[in-house]
Design a protein around this ligand. Structure first.
Ligand SMILES: *Cc1c(COP(=O)(O)O)cnc(C)c1O
Length: 371
């Protein structure tokens, strides 16, 4: 048993001396926020890195979601997934809209495109889908449905930093995508987020919503919020761009070792790379089938925890089961059988670039010896 605690994730930190030298420049300039030099440089280098036309830096991913809904002028109902982080649906409530839950595809944890159309009503204005664990949604099918019914599409790409499909970033699909740079993500700015889009009008709207709606000193065009990223985070983010590829490479090696060690355990379902997709290895989900494995997901979680290994029941509970959602007509368990089944079986194992391969072997061995 590992003597130390092994957490599910750990932030990837940039070189401290390099950060301090940026801090010295910031101190000298006395310019701390409001689109300073570092902010401008980070915004353009990030767009370039991700292969997208426009990016609006924000203070976190949740405000990115809210501003995304605002920038597209959405009202009424939004078809979304119950199998995501709570912020996905919370943003819909904050925008005075109604979430409509769509069940997910068991192959990739994402909205099942074949279940969207029956949920569309005269009130539906958009689809808000999450690329769960960085697995791309059914982008083409969703885009066809949206075009047919005149709906907007937002992707919650908080897990999908740098994910590509057939050589292009998946972040350019839909009307816009949102990113989170929270410390627990593959790419972090301590707290932070962004909206990315290839549409110039949406970029302009997002910029306005980020900064109180202020267009210039005497013109305030809309009731915006304060969601700005500051100079310290922007400088930190520039340093993250230098190390994120190595982080993803380390995560890939860890993922491959887990896959090798856990391959033949019956009752433990693993997920693999998809053809044509460049993954970012943001999470390592496994599904525990209690009948086959002999222990339930909760029992596996508890045993690991006693051995100082902190896996996460991510995503459990489902958003649709939370107090502000469970009375919605689409929140019932009968309407969401796949989501409910997976939320009861899923466990995300520790995965971060600095995780020792010996610890991965140890965790795998413990899992192997459980049954
Ligand atoms: C982390 C996360 C968010 C929220 O991002 P914050 O930066 O923490 O506000 C939203 N959606 C998903 C899927 C996430 O994982």
């Amino acid at each position: 048993m590992p003597a130390k605690n092994i957490f599910v994730t750990q932030p990837n930190l940039p070189d401290l001396e390099k950060f301090v030298s940026h801090l010295e420049k910031i101190w000298e300039s006395k310019y701390l926020t409001n689109k300073g030099i570092y902010h401008q440089e980070f915004e353009s280098k990030l767009s370039e890195f991700l292969g997208v036309k426009y990016c609006t830096l924000l203070s976190n991913g949740t405000l990115a979601l809210l501003i995304g809904l605002k920038a597209l002028k959405l009202t009424g109902e939004v078809i979304t997934t119950p199998y995501s982080f709570v912020a996905t649906s919370h943003s819909i409530l904050w925008n005075n809209q109604t979430p409509v839950f769509c069940d997910i595809d068991p192959a990739n944890f994402n909205i099942d495109p074949d279940k969207i159309e029956p949920l569309i009503t005269s009130e539906t204005s958009a689809i808000l889908a999450t690329h769960t664990y960085g697995f791309p949604c059914a982008i083409e099918k969703i885009s066809d449905i949206a075009a047919k019914h005149n709906l907007k599409v937002i992707y919650d790409a908080a897990h999908a930093f740098a994910v590509e499909k057939n050589g292009t970033s998946i972040l350019t699909s839909g009307d816009l995508s949102i990113l989170s740079f929270h410390s627990t993500k593959v790419f972090n700015t301590i707290e932070g987020g962004a909206i990315v889009t290839n549409n110039e009008d949406i970029k302009k709207q997002a910029d306005l919503w980020r900064n109180f709606g202020i267009a210039n000193e005497e013109t305030v065009l809309l009731p915006g919020i304060n969601a700005k990223m500051n100079e310290l985070q922007s400088a930190y983010g520039l340093l993250q761009l230098e190390i994120v590829e190595q982080e993803i490479a380390n995560r890939k090696a860890i993922t491959e070792l887990y896959r090798e060690k856990l391959a033949d355990i019956s009752g433990l379902k693993l997920f693999y790379d998809l053809p044509g997709v460049k993954h970012n290895y943001s999470y390592f989900p496994v599904l525990v089938d209690a009948n086959e494995f002999g222990l339930s997901r909760n029992e596996v979680y508890d045993i690991l925890r006693k051995k100082n290994i902190y896996a996460r029941k991510y995503f459990y509970p489902l958003i649709s089961s939370l107090p502000d959602y469970k009375k919605l007509p689409t929140a019932s368990a009968e309407h969401l059988p796949v989501s409910n089944k997976i939320a009861g079986q899923v466990l995300c194992l520790p995965l971060f670039g600095a995780l020792d391969l010996k610890d991965v072997e140890q965790i795998s061995k413990i899992l192997m010896q459980m049954r």
